[in-house]
Design a protein around this ligand. Structure first.
Ligand code: ATP
Length: 503
């Protein structure tokens, strides 16, 4: 599917706008319109409810975007959070070396060193795609966004916008644990903005310079890295698409295996990692994403971060290829140890049983991009039929759950429709609309994924019933006004089939 088409669809329907378009925009920044903001909020609320509010073992925090620069020194971001860049010697255009190699040679560059990239460029004789010129050597460029604190600009005033939310979880680890009285194993979640000075933001909201992340750091005792009490037979039997590191070496496709097989065969090293990978893979599936467009990809050894013991991504089949929307690494005690060494603080935990102080391990670090996930829901639900284009969104993600139309704005139909609107508002997010023909109103609602539309007609005035129309099938059922709130809640929650909803 054409990404330009999705970009203009999102602009036209109020989902995503180019940032500051009246001043020619700004590369790598996007704004969310009246429809997009609601979709994004529904999605992040669902995530927070499922993985924080509904769990006794996960707590949340909300750290600040700017923090003491020592945090980024300790985490290694100031030293090594970079992208490989090169310039064309002739036309002076700047390129991200790994992206250019991937585009031109169709090979993965994940985890390849600068030397390896230079080698590939010279061996393959890559030239500037614009003018055919030769390239300078590839050099690393740091992605941290710099800013200054206070009125005087100096080396001491320098600070950075956070490039990820995760580090704030480590710096708040002790206080969050103590104040919530959590015991290992437990997780700390955070959701919020992150900033990366990406050299070539591209593919719409897939790669931007400002974006949101939803992350969890899940901590366990170092000796209990493999005991996940939440692992059930149902989870073990759940089938996922997996592309193993081994299969990538031989250029094979992903295969379907169960979570249990992935654990038993040893390439998902711990039950904990498997458990969290399952949780988020299933989150996408339960919210309607086609499983054929999802896969778990194991990181190869040559791309694995030095601190990671094991790492998997959830990839989505975008029009520009299979790409990561979520990463999850077993980080061991790397981060807490780095902060213990750098700050001199005791961030360990006293283990009553063993009577010793231990440094917990992060066995799983689910990290998911907010806008990339939203793009998945948009792309996966975008449907073109002969006479309509619409988003087949899961009702829970849909920006509005129901629109209410009076057939005409006269004879008391509009007053009746408004009455119903006021009643429905108490339980679900609804909108009232009376402009244009009913057909046009359906089309506008379908376009942004509104799953149900209610029409108030002359029969309503006689028998207190209305029609509900289903977006996907366009079927209609007649429902008593008294039952409407309950019926719609059941439909949105997936507790009843549409054709059965009025029985
Ligand atoms: P990539 O390889 O695509 O740059 P990454 O491996 O650097 O991503 P992580 O550091 O693992 O990404 O970040 C976790 C998640 O944050 C990613 O899976 C992605 O969904 C999101 N993310 C990272 N960088 C960006 C970006 N520039 N724009 C939008 N989302 C991003």
């Amino acid at each position: 599917m054409d990404l330009d088409k999705i970009t203009s669809f999102c602009k036209r329907t109020g989902i995503i706008f180019p940032n500051s378009e009246i001043y020619s925009g700004l590369s790598g920044f996007w704004d969310y319109g009246p429809v997009g903001v609601q979709m994004k909020r529904n999605m992040t609320d669902l995530w927070w409810k499922e993985f924080v509010e509904n769990r006794e073992d996960v707590i949340g925090i909300d750290g600040s975007i700017i923090t003491n620069p020592d945090v980024w020194k300790a985490s290694g971001h100031l030293e090594s959070f970079s992208d490989p860049l090169m310039d064309c010697k002739k036309c002076k255009k700047r390129f991200r070396a790994d992206h250019l190699i991937e585009d031109e040679l169709d090979v993965s560059t994940e985890g390849k060193s600068v030397d390896k990239l230079n080698e590939l460029i010279s061996n393959e004789g890559l030239k500037c795609p614009r003018c055919g010129g030769n390239f300078t050597d590839v050099k690393d460029f740091n992605l941290m966004f710099e800013t200054n604190i206070g009125p005087v600009k100096s080396d001491n005033s320098k600070a950075y916008l956070r490039p990820e939310t995760a580090q704030l979880i480590f710096t708040n680890f002790k206080l969050a644990m103590e104040t919530s009285r959590q015991k290992l194993p437990f997780g700390i979640a955070q959701m919020g903005k992150a900033f990366r000075n990406e050299v070539s933001p591209r593919n719409f909201v897939f790669r931007t310079r400002e974006f949101g992340q939803m992350e969890i750091e899940y901590f366990t005792h170092p000796d209990k890295r493999d005991n996940c009490p939440y692992m059930t037979d149902d989870i073990r039997e759940y089938e996922v698409n997996i592309l193993t590191a081994e299969d990538q070496k031989e250029d094979k496709e992903h295969k379907k295996i169960t979570i249990g097989q992935a654990i038993d065969s040893g390439f998902m090293e711990t039950e904990w990692l498997a458990y969290w990978l399952y949780q988020h893979y299933r989150w996408f599936v339960d919210l309607g994403v086609d499983e054929n467009n999802l896969r778990l990809r194991e990181h190869r050894e040559d791309e694995m971060a030095h601190y990671a013991r094991s790492c998997f991504d959830i990839d989505y089949r975008f029009p520009f290829g299979w790409k990561e929307v979520y990463g999850n690494a077993d980080r061991g005690d790397f981060d807490l140890r780095r902060h213990i060494e750098s700050s001199g603080e005791k961030l360990g935990v006293y283990d009553q049983e063993m009577e010793e102080r231990i440094v917990p391990h992060v066995v799983s670090e689910p990290s998911q991009g907010i806008e990339r996930s939203l793009l998945v829901f948009i792309m996966d639900s975008y449907t073109e039929e002969e006479n309509r284009t619409y988003l087949k969104l899961h009702p829970k993600i849909a920006p509005v759950k129901c629109r209410i139309f009076p057939l005409m704005t006269k004879d008391g139909l509009d007053t009746k429709a408004r009455e119903i609107f006021e009643r429905l508002k108490e339980d679900i997010h609804v909108e009232y609309e009376d402009r244009g023909s009913i057909g046009k109103r359906y089309a506008r609602a379908d376009e942004i994924g509104v799953p149900y539309c209610i029409t108030v007609d002359y029969d309503t005035l006689e028998d207190d019933t209305v029609t509900i129309r289903d977006r996907d099938s366009t079927d209609q059922i007649r429902v008593c006004i008294d039952d409407l709130n309950e019926v719609l809640v059941e439909l949105i929650e997936g507790q009843v089939e549409f054709s059965e909803a009025n029985k």
